[in-house]
Design a protein around this ligand. Sequence first.
Ligand code: 3H9
Length: 702
Amino acid sequence: MSNVVSYELIENIGVISINSPPVNALSQAVREGILKAVVAAQDDDSQAIVLCCEGRTFIAGADITEFGKPPMEPGLPTVLDAIENSSKPVIAAIHGTALGGGFEVSLACHYRCAIASAKVGLPEVKLGLLPGAGGTQRVPRIAGVKAALDMIATGNPIAAAKAKELGLIDELVDSDDLKAGAIQYAKNLLASNAPLKRIRDITIDPATIEAGFFDAARKKLALRARGQIAPDKIVSCIEAAVNLPMDEGLKRERELFGELITSPESAAMRHIFFAERQAAKIKDLPRDTPLRDINKVAIIGGGTMGGGIAMCFANVGIPVLMLEINDEALQRGMDIINKNYKITVKKGKLDASKMQDRLDLISGTTNYEDLGEVDLVIEAVFENLELKKEIFAKLDRVCKQGAILASNTSYQDIDAIAEATSRPQDVLGLHFFSPANVMKLLEVVRGEKTADDVLATSMKIGKKIGKVCALSRVCYGFIGNRMLGGYGREAQMLLMDGCTPVQIDSALERFGMAMGPLAMGDLAGLDVGYKARQGRTDLPDDPKLYRMGTLLVEMGRHGQKTGAGFYKYDPETRKRMSDPEVEAMIKEEAAKIGVEQRDISDEEILQRCFYPLINEGARILEEGIAQRPSDIDVVYVFGYAFPAAKGGPMHYADNIGLKNVYDKICEFRDREGGELYWKPAPLLEKLANEGKTFAQWAKEQS
Ligand code: 3H9
C-alpha cells in the first residue's frame, strides 16, 4: 500500500496497519496510505475493516512538523469522509495514546475498541489550536457537551475505562494481542448485524443545555487562559455542535482552526512543544550513553524543598530515604509530606490507598551511615556553601562507588561542591523549583567534571519523575535565576518612576504571567531577596535600587506570611489588595531621592521587565551556559510560568525583532542611568545588526 501503511485481508476482515515511528503521526504519507487502503477495502472480500497501529502507540495526532507548510493532499477531512462513508464497518483498535487528529480518525470510524492501558484525548489546546478534524463536533454528540468541553478545553487525555463510560470507546479488548482482539470484535459485530454507526447522525437537543452555559464557560476559561485565544474558539465550536447541522459545524470548526493555525500564539506553543523535547538532548552526548541504575534515592534535608523532591520519586515508585539532623526535624518533614498528599487526596487527584503506598516508600534517618546503598543523593539544605561542602565530604565517605551526588542549590558553585569529594565526576546540580512536587522544571547543572553517564542518567530520571529537564552550565543562579535579576530590579525601579504595584503586576498578568513580580515577591517573602542582597558586595550604591523592597522588609512587611508586603492581604482568604499606605510611601520615597514620577505605559512596563531577561539570556548563550535559546524558553515556561502562548522570552524577543529589543535597551541605557543596568549583550547587538533571530543563530551553531 505504502511504506507506512499496509493492508491485508485476514479471513473476512480487512486490516489497515499504520507503521510510522515514532508516534504514527498523520503525515501526508500516512493520510494517503489510510485513504488508499479504505478505498481498496470497499471492493475486496472484506466485510469489515480494522484500523490499527504498529509500535508504541495509536496515531498521536496530526504531524505537527507539517504545520506552517503548504497543505498537501489528501487533507485529513478527506480521509475521515472516506472512513465514515465506508460501506463496511470500520473499527479503530487503540493502544498507547490516540491523540488529536488520531483520536479524530477513530471518531470517524463506526466503532472503537481499545486495550485497558490506552488513553484518548484532544490535546490541541496545548498547541494553541482546536481539534480541526471533527473532534469538537463528534465528542459532544457522544459524550455530551459538558464532558466534551472539559476534555477539549483542558486537552488532558482520559483513560480507556473513562472513555468507555462516556461512550467514546465501545469495547475494551482484554487480549494482549490487540489486533487479534479487534478482529474478533469486528467478527462479533458482523455476527450481530451491528449497524454502521456514524456519530454525525446524532443530534444534540439545544433544550438540554442550561441557559448561559456557554457564556459561563467562556468567562471561566478566560480567567485561566493566560494570553491564549484557542479556549474561546473551542467554546464556539461546541456551541456550533449544539446549534448547527454536522456539516455546518464542521465548516465552522475548520474556519476557526484555520485562524488558530496561523496565530502567533499557536506558533509559540508549537515552538515550546519541540523545545521541550529538544532540551532533553545534550548536544555532545551520544544517544547511546550508558545509564546508571537508580533504584533508591536519598534526600538530605526534609524541609519544603526536600519533602517535595522526595514526593517526586515516591510518586513513580522509587523508594526514598530522607535524612535530617534530628528526629524532630525528620518528623516535621514527614508531616509536611503527609499534609501535601492529603491535600492531593482531598482534591480528588489521588486515591487514599495510593497515598499510603507512596508514603510507605518514604523512610527517614538521621544517620549518614544509612546512605551506603542509595544510587542517587539529592542535597536540599539551605544555601550555605560551607555547609554543602561539608555534606558532600560526608557523602563521599559513606556512599557506594557510582552513586550520583546532586545538589539542589539555586546559586552555589557546583564545581566547588564537587571538589569537596574525591569523585567530582559523580557530582552535578539538580535544581528543582518550588513546590518541587508540582513545578515541572528541573535544571540539570553540569559541573566542569560531571561524567557523561551521570548527565544522561539525570536527564532520564528527570523525565521519569515527570519533569521537563534543561541543561545549564555552572554560573551564579544558573539559567533561570540569573536571568531573573534584572526583571525583579526593574519592577521595583518602575515603582520609583511612577507606577503602582497593581499597575506593574496587572500589566504582566495581562501579558500572561501567572503572577506579577511584586505579588510574586510577596508570595516568596520579601525578606528572602533582602537577605540575599545583604550578602552581596557587587550592588551599586544607588538609593533607587530595591528601595521599596528594602524599606518594606524593615517595616516588618515581609509579604504574604506577615499579611503585608507590596500589597496587604485578607487574613482569611489571602486575597491581595492594593494598599494606599504603600502607594503614598512610594511617592514620598521617590520625592526624597529626587526622582520625578511620570505616567508609564503598559508597553514600557513589559519592556523594562522583560528586556533585561532577554539581554541576560543572550549573555548566557554566548557563554555557553545554556545549550540553545529554546532551552532558555523551556526554563522560563516550565519554571517561571512565562506564558507558553508567548513561547518563552527568547522566542518572544525573536517575534518582537532583536533590532527593536536592542534599540530599546540602548534607549533605556541613555535614559535610565547608563550601562550599569542597561548594557546590551554583545550577541544581542551582533544579531540585531545582522537582522537575525536567536533561532537562526541556534541553527547556525548546530
Ligand atoms: C492535531 O492533531 C490537529 C488535528 O486536530 C487537526 C488536523 C487537521 N507530530 O513526546 P515524545 C515526536 S495537533 C510530529 O518524546 P513520549 C516528538 O517531537 C496534534 N512529531 O514521546 C519526538 O521527536 P524527537 C495533536 C511528533 O513517548 C518523538 O515524536 N497531538 C508528534 O514521551 C517522541 O515524542 C498532540 O499534540 C506529532 N504529533 O510521548 C500529541 N508527537 O524524538 C503530541 C510526537 O525527534 N505528542 N512527535 O524529539 C505527545 O503528546 C507525545 O509525543 C506522546 C508520546 C504522548 C504521543
